[in-house]
Design a protein around this ligand. Structure first.
Ligand SMILES: *Cc1c(COP(=O)(O)O)cnc(C)c1O
Length: 237
């Protein structure tokens, strides 16, 4: 075992303990929450160590970086997640590599993914709708009000399955300030989930990053996206 493996394993263990404690506080089963490792701040060499340490869900925010790391890690059992803005001209190359797209931030992108599934013969792909709950002007995402178009927007879909919602909380000093954002995403999910036809189940809530994941878990996150906290003290981080 190298010092790098040792450090990465210790970081993971510390996160695992905090995840378990947050689940316990919320009366949730740890198995309800998937840790998604965001590898954008680390190297291929370090990302490659993750599956053996029990982390097989990996994510990138830039599509080009996802292509690069997915190719470098080919042959390992990895489920790739696209979590950042996906330009429509990058859908074709990204789609075959990913298990889940968290960042569908416009109806045009949703339609483009549907079209690409049809063109390429991919039977189905699960996606999450990114909602700009904190209403920051510089942020991508649908507004909470945009979701009123959801039933109509789902009608033409034959391949894309809307499997949940995703959000990013505002970056603020007081970490507790993100709780209302996470709560609102959960409430949007509760509101819409019963009104959509199958297979659109809104089962997943992707929320929580290194600075705020425990609050996200307390508010119902099923996917937490963790980067810097996993790789601190390691090369490239
Ligand atoms: C970078 C990134 C993360 C991880 O952020 P950390 O603070 O490093 O944990 C999560 N989600 C998205 C969309 C990101 O771009």
């Amino acid at each position: 075992v190298t010092p790098t493996q040792q450090k990465l394993s210790a970081n993971l263990q510390a996160v695992e303990e905090r995840l378990r404690a947050a689940c316990a506080r919320a009366g949730r089963d740890r198995a309800e929450v998937t840790l998604v490792a965001v590898t954008k701040s680390t190297t291929v060499a370090i990302a490659r160590l993750l599956p053996a340490l029990g982390v097989a869900d990996l994510a990138e925010s830039r599509p080009q970086e996802l292509w690069h790391k997915a190719e470098a890690l080919a042959g390992q059992t990895v489920r790739w997640h696209q979590i950042g803005h996906l330009q429509r001209n990058k859908v074709e190359r990204t789609l075959p590599l990913v298990q889940l797209i968290h960042s569908v931030d416009s109806w045009r992108l949703l339609a483009a993914i549907e079209q690409e599934c049809a063109r390429s013969g991919r039977a189905s792909v699960p996606v999450l709708l990114e909602v700009n709950v904190s209403r920051e002007a510089q942020k991508h995402g649908l507004s909470p009000e945009d979701l009123s178009e959801l039933p109509a927007r789902l009608t033409p879909l034959q391949h894309v399955r809307v499997h949940g919602l995703m959000t990013m909380a505002a970056q603020v000093d007081d970490v507790g300030a993100c709780r209302p954002t996470f709560r609102e995403l959960r409430e949007l999910r509760e509101h819409w989930r019963g009104q959509l036809p199958p297979p659109h189940d809104l089962a997943q809530l992707s929320m929580g990053m290194s600075g705020d994941f425990e609050i996200a878990v307390e508010e119902g996150a099923t996917l937490v996206r963790l980067g810097s906290i996993l790789f601190e003290g390691l090369a490239g981080a």
